[in-house]
Design a protein around this ligand. Sequence first.
Ligand code: ADP
Length: 260
Amino acid sequence: RSYSGTFKKSQLRLEGVKDVIAVASGKGGVGKSTTAVNLAVALAIKCQLKVGLLDADVYGPSVPMMMKIDRKPDITEDKKMIPIENYGVKCMSIGFLVEKDAPIVWRGPMVMSALVKMTRGVDWGNLDILVVDMPPGTGDAQLTMTQNLQLSGALIVSTPQDIALLDARRGVNMFSKVGVPILGFVENMSFFKCPHCGEPSFIFGKEGARNAAASMGHNFLGEIPLEVDVRKGSDEGIPVVISAPDSVISKAYGDTAQNV
Ligand code: ADP
């Protein structure tokens, strides 16, 4: 890879993990977790890489549902958690550690110590790439993650909408401040293709993330349409990349994964 970040001493290199990439968004609800999950599976299945997925979305962990994993991780003799594999991806989620329907009303310090445990207390084995589904926003939780993981780069997920982009810019600035290179933007919910007439509708505006990436001098990694199969796949715990591997939407994730 051509980039090189400036890392602080506290940042930990994970033994056996070649690259750690953060999937981030400035605000919630733009499809950050959906993108992280489908990209992780595409990197494993389509790019044939050894992939891990770390769900650090403390306030709404989605990996247990989206990756259909419903058990707690085993623990090694030296007290590290063993990730649980599904669809070719080794997964660890803050959601494995809490009861399913319990509200995650953690105070700041508890969130921080849980996040540190998620970064340092997992036995990943050998991985080509660890995809981190970051907590949404640009506050303390994100900083804890960037300070405790030696991130190779960050991928910013945004819809084409102005407000999402504004928040995305904030995300970009946060990573820049801590010396983490921006790998590029992924535009989610780029358009909706009418199943009846085939016409695309640009529900959240057109090419907003593509233009923002260009204006900030960052790469544009791909666009993912708004599609029922994506939502269904997440709800049913079978990512669309697995349930419909030859679909246009899977190709969009595959192409984006290649660009990463
Ligand atoms: P975030 O992690 O940013 O909060 P999620 O990944 O949880 O967002 O997505 C929010 C909602 O939008 C979920 O219900 C998800 O299934 C849906 N969603 C995300 N991306 C798409 C897409 N490309 N097409 C259809 N639904 C999507």
